[in-house]
Design a protein around this ligand. Structure first.
Ligand code: ZN
Length: 150
């Protein structure tokens, strides 16, 4: 990765950590799931408002490291308006990108989430980045009220 691109990515992560988007309790949420990453201590509660199979609103509360906060902030932005199927497809792409299984990332599909591609070089931080998505997955499946990455 070029250094200037890496700097840009870090800037986006710092920005989302300092000013997380959609950081609020959603009183009328249809889905609410708590996610916990014991390796790092990241905790979040994800709220979703659904219209059929479409995510019409997403928000979160919680506290975690910069990577987990930036990841959930970016995720709540990108999944708004997406169908469950589209969100699951994004989760799969994000997972492959952060675990390094997929070298050729579809940048157009993944958009701003690409800023978190760098975590693949830090295996201990992968769960910080994917916590939000595992929590979303649980919320969409609507089976569990809390999940842990361990
Ligand atoms: Zn973390």
């Amino acid at each position: 990765m070029f250094d200037d691109l890496r700097d840009l990515y870090q800037e986006v992560i710092f920005d989302h950590n300092r000013n997380p988007r959609n950081f609020r309790v959603m009183e009328d949420a249809d889905r609410q799931v708590e996610g916990f990453n014991p390796l790092c201590g990241d905790r979040l509660t994800l709220f979703l408002k659904m219209d059929g199979d479409q995510i019409v609103d997403a928000s979160f509360q919680g506290s975690g490291c910069a990577i987990s906060t930036a990841s959930v902030s970016l995720m709540t932005e990108i999944v708004k308006g997406k169908t469950e199927e589209q969100a699951e497809a994004l989760f799969k792409q994000f997972h492959e990108m952060t675990t390094g299984k997929e070298e050729n990332i579809d940048l157009e599909a993944i958009g701003k989430l690409a800023v978190l591609a760098g975590v693949r070089e830090y295996p201990a931080r992968v769960k910080c980045a994917t916590l939000a998505w595992h929590t979303l997955d649980a919320a969409l499946k609507n089976e569990e009220s809390s999940i842990s990455t361990e």
